[in-house]
Write a protein that binds this ligand. Structure first.
Ligand code: ADP
Ligand code: MG
Length: 683
């Protein structure tokens, strides 16, 4: 018996399991399976009922099936890469067993000529003959077919047998946890307990039963714990009292009146939300979410202006130098002379940097722009009142919480992201923040026309570009990395650069991951100033930079990207008031499915719609690299499929917040599901 009680057992090391040594533990750790709880979510991918044996004549192609046959003939070709073959037969026909990477000796041993052998594997049909390639089970003893097996998708080196053994062991010793859900919630899942649900989850016959109550309960657990942690962080942040800012609305109006455009309704409403937070005596922790080109910058600068007029300093962080500089230039243009605007960059020389830092300490600078990296170091402000963080969707909860603490008590925080995602996902990822959304795009915008073209029609594209250049327009040409895992691989971009340079002498520049920072900045600035016409690049140009004169983007090998990413890339053009185009290039003609996807892009420019479709196709983890950034990776829950459970969890959280319920009863749930550092402060 285990002597650790309840949930603690589930968090214990894998070596505490029988038959699991350090070798298996290390293999599993590579797959981020560090403890027993992690293993619970390693679900069987398929279930094979091997109890039914077929005759060769009755085999179903494409299915895993079991047959009893007699090996008749070996064929071991001496040519490398050709597989070994054993022809087997029963009274109804013949089947070839194909082996890649298996030695003759081994094959002869498991399939001796003339003996009755039982085989299980996936059946295919090739050149008029049944085949089974690398059969899963081969045995002289046909009794194994009586057992039911789960097939787990295996980690290199851990055999299926070991896996089944481990899981069985865990299921048998599964602790009985005290129920954390309220009766009302539990009723919705037919009162099934956490343990029973886990047991159901691992039953071979339950694979794929996503609609069953046991599965739904486990999905809900996951969502609920995430929301609970979010809610606690929010509460913590709101507890901080700050000196409220006093907004000079006359000054604000004056600045707005001098803009070259009028604000959209969504911009006005977002600004109102932010102003309300600035004026309140609790800390602002708000996300401004809006599609690319929706005009978030001006909203944030107006908030900055109000903060400055209230006697506080502002820090604006952007992901890249060039974006920081663009914001800085805009602020210099926008704000009256009495506002001291400064930029701190990686290139700023040491002496100058020191002067800037001193000025910040003395409040001789009102607003400073820089990259995230620069502000990671210690920077002292005399009276910091607002931190604005642009285009940072990859900050996790922990980083954000630290940020909110960092600015000190009187500091409000505004995050901006151009990642439109469905509401359920926003609730998950940014649930610790208040939210303002800009959905509407400025009215002056002309829609971006999106086309798809086969690569061999490149001459048409060149013709099109020639014409655009005549009209003094500029063009982005994006080449994907051939091998995503090798970030330095930019052969395709270099090749295209050479090709285009010949056609358009002195009009083309190249940018890729290896271009050094100052060179990169020079190229981007020259492009901004219309000194050349075509910028060939890998995807390194971050969103956010405004190139009003660029109105064509060509994306090569477009099937390498997801819809959301294509939408983001497309968003680099269409920011000015010219009409613009996006040409998606493909190597070969599109499948029906791919056509459907691309049509979504052609039909709408609404990032929220596109991301929802993208998620339906690819699953939420993949979109925009949320998975890589490790922000949140659900085990079972799916923000599209389980929309109802997300809403249920949201409602339940509101109830708990209203009642000021003590959350210690959820301790086990949170400890198990949400191992973010942050929970140490909570339960
Ligand atoms: P994003 O939301 O992607 O950060 P920006 O703030 O960079 O978008 O705005 C994109 C462009 O739209 C800028 O050139 C900006 O001046 C312009 N813009 C912002 N708001 C409006 C508006 N209400 N009407 C017209 N143009 C606008
Ligand atoms: Mg922006």
């Amino acid at each position: 018996m285990n002597n650790k009680k309840n949930y603690e057992y589930l968090l214990s090391d894998l070596t505490s399991l029988k038959g699991v040594g350090s070798k298996t533990t290390n293999l599993l750790k590579k797959k981020k399976i560090n403890n027993i709880f992690d293993l619970l979510w390693k679900l069987p991918k398929s279930f094979k009922d091997k109890s039914i044996s077929s005759k060769i004549k009755e085999l179903k192609i494409g299915d895993f099936q079991t047959i009893t046959v007699i090996p008749k003939k070996y064929s071991f070709p001496r040519i490398r890469n050709l597989p070994n073959k054993v022809t087997c037969a029963d009274e109804t026909g013949e089947i070839d067993c194909i082996f890649f990477n298996s030695y003759e000796g081994y094959i002869k041993k498991i399939l001796p000529i003339g003996k009755e052998i039982t085989i299980n594997g996936k059946i295919s049909f090739y050149k008029n003959k049944y085949q089974v390639t690398n059969p899963k089970y081969v045995s002289e003893d046909s009794s194994f077919i009586k057992q039911k097996h789960n097939t787990y998708s295996l980690t290199e080196g851990v055999s299926e047998k070991v896996y089944n053994k481990i899981i069985n062991q865990i299921i048998q010793r599964l602790p009985i946890l005290t129920e954390w859900h309220s009766q009302n919630i539990l009723k919705k899942f037919d009162n099934i307990s956490w343990n029973d649900a886990i047991k159901e989850l691992h039953k071979p016959e339950n694979i794929g039963k996503y609609k069953e109550k046991f599965y739904q309960r486990l999905v809900y657990d996951e969502i609920f714990s995430t929301f609970l942690v979010n809610s606690e962080i929010r509460k913590k942040i709101k507890k901080n009292k700050k000196i409220n800012k006093i907004i000079d609305f006359k000054k604000q109006t004056n600045l707005i009146d001098h803009l070259e455009f009028s604000l959209t309704n969504d911009q006005i409403n977002s600004l109102k939300d932010i102003n309300k937070d600035l004026c309140s005596s609790t800390k602002m922790f708000r996300l401004l979410q809006g599609d690319v080109g929706s005009g978030k910058t001006i909203v944030s600068l107006l908030a900055a202006y109000n903060t400055i007029n209230s006697g506080f300093q502002v820090a604006v962080m952007a992901p890249t130098e060039i974006l920081a500089r663009q914001h800085y230039n805009l602020a210099k243009k926008l704000f009256p002379n009495y506002v001291n605007v400064e930029l701190i960059s990686g290139k700023t020389i040491f002496k100058e940097k020191k002067t800037i830092l001193n000025k910040l300490k003395d409040k001789k600078i009102d607003i400073i722009f820089g990259t995230h990296a620069i502000f990671q170091k210690k920077v002292d402000f005399k009276k910091l009142g607002l931190i604005i963080i642009d285009e940072q969707h990859k900050f996790g909860v922990n980083q954000r919480k630290k940020l909110s603490d960092k600015g000190g008590n009187n500091c409000d925080v505004l995050l901006m992201t151009a990642t439109p995602i469905p509401r359920t996902l926003t609730m998950t990822i940014y649930g610790d923040m208040d939210l303002s959304i800009i959905r509407e795009k400025p009215k002056s915008r002309k829609p971006i026309k999106t086309y798809s073209k086969l690569e061999n029609k490149i001459d048409d594209i060149i013709k099109f570009i020639r014409n655009e250049i005549k009209l003094d327009n500029q063009i982005f040409w994006v080449c994907p990395l051939i091998d995503e895992s090798k970030k330095i691989d930019h052969t395709s971009a270099i090749k295209k650069f050479e090709y285009l340079k010949n056609l358009f002498p002195n009009q083309v520049a190249l940018l890729h991951g290896k271009t050094d920072i100052s060179e990169k900045e020079k190229i981007l600035n020259d492009f901004l100033k219309n000194k050349f016409k075509i910028l060939v690049s890998t995807t390194i140009i971050e969103v956010g930079i405004d190139f009003p004169n660029a109105n064509v983007i060509i994306i090569e090998n477009a099937n390498k990207f997801g819809l959301s990413q294509l939408h983001q890339l497309r968003g680099r053009v269409g920011r000015g008031n010219k009409s613009s185009s996006c040409i998606l290039m493909f190597k070969s003609s599109l499948s029906e499915n791919a056509k459907k996807r691309i049509n979504i892009l052609k039909e709408t420019n609404d990032g929220f719609v596109i991301s929802e479709e993208d998620m339906k196709i690819r699953g939420f983890g993949d979109i925009l690299g949320f998975k890589q950034s490790g922000i949140k990776n659900f085990k079972l829950a799916d923000p599209i499929l389980n929309n109802d459970l997300f809403l249920l969890a949201e409602k339940e959280i509101k109830r708990i917040e209203k009642l000021h319920e003590n959350i210690s009863k959820y301790k086990a749930l949170i400890k198990l599901y949400d191992r973010a550092e942050i929970i140490n402060d909570i339960v």
